[in-house]
Each structure stands twice: as C-alpha cells, then as structure tokens.
Write a protein that binds this ligand. Structure first.
Ligand code: LLP
Length: 419
C-alpha cells in the first residue's frame, strides 16, 4: 500500500478505491488500460514543493506528465512550469498557463521554437549550446525582443542513476561543460551579447536520483562557479527519485529541499535557488489499470501473464530496466506468492511490464491488475506501437471522477494519413 496514491483506501469488500472512487468501477466505466490519477496527491506534492522552495522557485517539469488539466493544476498550486519543446510550450499555453510562468529547455531548440518562446514571452530560456546562441543572435538581428536566459552548465557530477537519464557528467549532450572551460566562455559571451539578458545559471545532474548527497555535490560545484558571477538565479534541476517497488525509499520533496537549501546557505549562495521536479510530483499519484487477457504456464520455466497494454503505455521497464509492482484492485491486500512475467500485448518478446512480478495465486483471465507509481513518464512516453490506442487519463477526487484525456480511437490512428 505504501506505493499507492495518498487517498488510496481499501473498501469493505477488500477492493481498492482512490480519491473515493472504486477502481473496479472506474475500469468498468472507462475501459482498460486506464491511467487513474489522485488529484489530491498531485496537489499535495505541488504544494509541498512550493512550500519547500518558496513561491516561484518550484518549477514543474512537464515532460513527466503533461495535459491541459495537469498544466492548470500545477499552475493553480503555485508552481512555475518547464517545457522542453515547442509542443510542450503549446500545450501549457493552450491550458491557460501564462508565458511568464514557463521556462524553455532543450539541447537542440529550433529557430521556430526559439522564435515562439521569445514572442510568447517565456520567463526564461535555458541556453544549452553555442549554436543556440548563434540562433538567438540571428533572431535578435531580425528585431525580436531580448529574452531573459540562464546558461545550462554541465557540472561534471556523476549522479547514481541509469546511464540514459544521467545528465550532469562531462560526457553529455546537454549544456556547457564546466571542466573544459566552455561554461566560462558561454557566460562571457552571453554577458557581452546584445541578444540575451543573462540572469542565472542552471544544472540538472540526472533523473531518479535517490542520494541527497549527489544534489549537495552539484550545489557545491555550481555555487563556486556561480558565486563570482553574482547573478540573481540559480536553478538546480530536477531529478529526485521515487520508490517504484516495495522496500525502496526515496527522500521526500521536503527533505530534498532541506538538503539543497541548507547546502546552498552553507555555501553562501546569494542567488535565488529554484528546482525543477517532475517525477516526484506525479509518479506516485497514478496507477495504471489493465485487464488480464491470457495466463500461460510453461512448466519448469515460467508463467506469462498478459495484459491489454504494455510497452506502449509504459516503456520504462524496457528502456531502463525499471521495476514495478502489480496488485489486484478487487483484493488489494491479497498475498502475492506467485512469480510470473507480466507482459503486454505487443508483437515482441521485449514487451515486458514486470520481469519478475509477485502476483496473487488466483490471478485469472478477466482480472484487473493495477501497477502503481506510473504517473511519471508513462503517459508522456506512450506510443501507438502496433497501432494500439493510447489510454485515457482520469482524475479522481472526493468521490468524483473526470476524464482529462480521452482514449484514442482508431480514427485518431489515421488522423495524419494523407494517402
Ligand atoms: N529539469 C531538467 C532540465 C530535466 O532534464 C529533467 C528530466 C527534469 C528537470 C525533471 O527530472 P525529474 O524530477 O522528473 O527526475 N524518461 C526518463 C526520465 C528522463 C528525464 C529527463 N529530464 C524516465 O522515465 O525515467
């Protein structure tokens, strides 16, 4: 139960409710697979971040999960938002989030994306490369206004996380390297350039980082770089890890805030310190509910339990080897003595949701299975592989439920076909 959203409860018949809604009934109404988000949990994490870091200092990283309702919710709860593409910028603006609450990221922003960010008037552009500076100078020469920018620095800090989601080390596609002098050269150029107004520096050491000491190390490196520059803003990125499986423990947002802000204070940082949490705001707020379609026992080898989604709604196990748990919504406290591989319905053997799942002995065809902690980088990384339609997103709160993203239809699958 520790992995389930804040308002998860067990009903008298042993079944699961979230936000006062029966998960079995939600599945009956919306079909499966379905992402069920606990709205109170989302709001509580946003508030915790704003409380820990201060108003305007907690920036929600929308890549973790973005739709109109989520963008509005984070904004309503006092967070700024970061976007990493023209598409994310479009979705956030369309949701009614004002441009001056948005920070614009990306290691390869196009001229069109930069033009959009500047003309909309985003709060900051986080400049990632010398080529981007060339583009910003060309846009300025065309008469566009001067944006406020931060310099993205690669601090040379190795975060303990999966190689694909570590970003702070020297060997990285992101940012200006501190170690080889690029960071200093970039800052010098930005200070002299008429095309940008440099207001601070930024770093992000990686994602799903559990050790607070990694963040303190990054703060130390960044503080010694940023100190002499005397700029108003210092952004220390996102990356706080979350527990995905039983027995894992991650620091809370509040604990993360204490470690980071204490470190910054001890280092004499005078800039305002901001962070960009994504995963820690949304991951544990959601469960994905699937229906079991086949159970295949191969005596002496393995049991395969197939559900009606898979790598198209959660590619994380395949991409990063991430672990998950699975529960029966009809009997959430059931003992789970059986080991099986929980797989999806895609046409490849690598389509695995849980490599070695602990499941109740009586899992059968037609059962629902819920995987908790799927609120981050599930919906946002979902695909139409094998032309599966992407699942809906349902927000639940105080006994009420509302779909905020509908299930795709077959029509949606051919929406862009021209032939
Ligand atoms: N800020 C920047 C500049 C980032 O690049 C990221 C994540 C964040 C903030 C948010 O980090 P978070 O708090 O969510 O860890 N798809 C991968 C994660 C990739 C993260 C990329 N950048 C996964 O599913 O684990």
């Amino acid at each position: 139960m520790g992995l389930l959203p804040d308002t998860a409860a067990v009903l008298p018949d042993g079944s699961l409710s979230i936000g006062g809604c029966s998960v079995v009934e939600l599945a009956a109404q919306y079909g499966t697979p379905v992402f069920v988000y606990d709205e109170a949990h989302l709001r509580a994490r946003c508030r915790e971040a704003v409380e820990a870091f201060g108003p305007g200092r907690a920036v929600y990283a929308t890549k973790a999960f973005l739709c109109g309702a989520m963008a509005r919710l984070a904004h309503e709860e006092g967070m700024m938002l970061d976007v990493a593409s023209g598409g994310e910028l479009y979705v956030a603006l369309r949701a009614g989030v004002p441009a001056d609450a948005l920070a614009f990221h990306g290691n390869n922003k196009s001229v069109a994306e930069l033009r959009m960010a500047i003309t909309e008037g985003v709060r900051h552009i986080i400049v990632d490369s010398f080529d981007e500076l060339d583009r910003l100078e060309a846009l300025h020469a065309q008469g566009l206004p001067v944006p406020k920018v931060l310099a993205r620095i690669t601090p040379g800090v190795h975060a303990h996380t999966h190689e694909f989601i570590a970003t702070g080390q020297d060997d990285s596609k992101f940012g200006f390297n501190l170690g080889n002098g690029d960071a200093h050269r970039a800052v010098d150029r930005m200070r002299r350039s008429p095309a940008v107004h440099l207001v601070g520096v930024h770093c992000h050491i990686g994602s799903n980082v559990f050790e607070a000491s990694n963040f303190a190390k990054a703060a130390e490196v960044m503080a010694s770089f940023a100190g002499p520059l005397d700029l108003p803003e210092l952004v220390l990125g996102g990356g706080l890890g979350v527990a995905y499986v039983e027995g894992e423990e991650a620091p809370s947002i509040t604990q993360w805030g204490n470690v980071l802000l204490d470190a910054c204070q001890a280092l004499g940082v005078r800039s305002a310190v901001s962070v960009e949490p994504g995963r820690s705001i949304v991951a544990a707020a959601a469960v994905t509910v699937y229906e079991v379609g086949t159970v295949k026992h191969i005596p002496g080898l393995r049991t395969y339990v197939s559900v009606d989604g898979g790598m198209s709604d959660n590619p994380r196990p395949v991409l990063y080897g991430s672990g998950y748990e699975a529960f029966l919504p009809r009997d959430v406290g059931a003992a789970r003595p059986c080991r099986a591989r929980l797989v999806g319905k895609h046409c490849e053997s690598g389509d695995v949701l849980i490599f070695d799942a602990a499941l109740p002995a009586d899992v059968r065809v037609g059962d629902l299975l819920a995987t908790p902690v799927t609120g981050a980088y599930g919906h946002s990384m979902a695909s139409n592989y094998n032309k599966l339609t992407r699942p809906p997103v349902v927000f639940v709160s105080d006994g009420a439920h509302r779909p905020v993203v509908r299930r795709e239809t077959y029509e949606d699958l051919v929406r862009c076909d021209l032939g």
